[in-house]
Ligand binder design. Sequence first.
Ligand SMILES: Cc1ncc(COP(=O)(O)O)c(C=O)c1O
Length: 387
Amino acid sequence: MGDGPSKRASSVTPFLVMELLDQAKLMTTRGEDIIRLEAGEPDWTSPATVIEAGKKALDDGQTGYTPSAGMLPLREAISDWYRARYRAEIPPDRIFVTSGSSPALLLAMAAVVERGDEVLMADPGYPGYANAARFLDAKCVRFPVLESEEFIYSADRIAELTSDRTKVIMVNSPSNPTGAYVSPEELERISSLGPWVISDEIYHEICYELDRCHSALEYTDHCFIVNGFSKRYAMPGWRLGWVVVPDSCLSVVRNMNQNFLLAASTVAQAAGLEALRNGEEHVRRMRDEYRSRRDLIVRRLREIGFGVPGYPAGGFYVFANATPFSEDSVAFAEELLRETGVSVTPGVDFGPACRTYIRLSYTTERGRIAEGMDRLERYLAARAAPR
Ligand SMILES: Cc1ncc(COP(=O)(O)O)c(C=O)c1O
């Protein structure tokens, strides 16, 4: 009889970016001038009216539980949002509000995945997907998204890997870490392949060249949609998200949610309701600012010598090929932090094929991004020069 941790728990790998984030924060509190390009969180505080709504909820004594699936006005507002945004009719009882989109992802996967099932996901892709799948004793099967194709998902490549063992195809568009966007045509083809689609749409409102992103909901009912408030309303610390659940899985998700998660924070839900009602101006301003940061960072990274295939369509990340400088992005990220005070995320966090990539978040103001790029340019030029 073993007395150590379970195999299941031990299968979860560390999220390197979190460790680097801690290190960068520590260096900042020690007074070092660190340019933070590693964090996946907006550098804005939440909109003032959202903060006010949260305070008011507390002043009004809203300190009890809400219904497990979330307060009805919030679920109704999310339902209205699907109608307005995607012309999709999603009744509030298909919406479960959660503490961020992370538990929403786990609920969705746990609802359908059996031991030994295969879960298809992009390489590179968000590390939470592989860990959730492993935690459920499923097998991760990765489909490559290639720099030479601007990291765009190929339904053909996904179809080649799909078999009767495939239970879920994970879609994340715009993607963390690449910012690539899945076109409506590809999304429709992926949605028709047969397995469940779990579509993580958390970056949907941060999309630059398109008037809107398309949801998997527009093409199939055989899907779960994961979404949240962290990115687009700059609310990561409130911990608020949701999952849209298909009719056939409502009762299992309800039971898991009631037993394991109970309910999301009441205060956060009150704030989220205000964000959905009045947050669009904030989203537009934030998106415009991100776009100009994206243009700056991509141009400078290319000038320095990193490989960046195109301008990412959405999100707030650039996935840069660092092969000209290093074969090992973990050591490289550590070196850059130590030698230049610029903190970036090693690509290996996002999949086995990404050892030579780094991810940079442009969630830092333009002046600081420019300064960070200047530091990298100076350091890497001197490092490459013959001694
Ligand atoms: C693709 C993606 N999905 C989900 C999350 C989790 O977000 P949260 O739990 O804050 O909603 C993140 C956070 O970085 C993300 O990048």
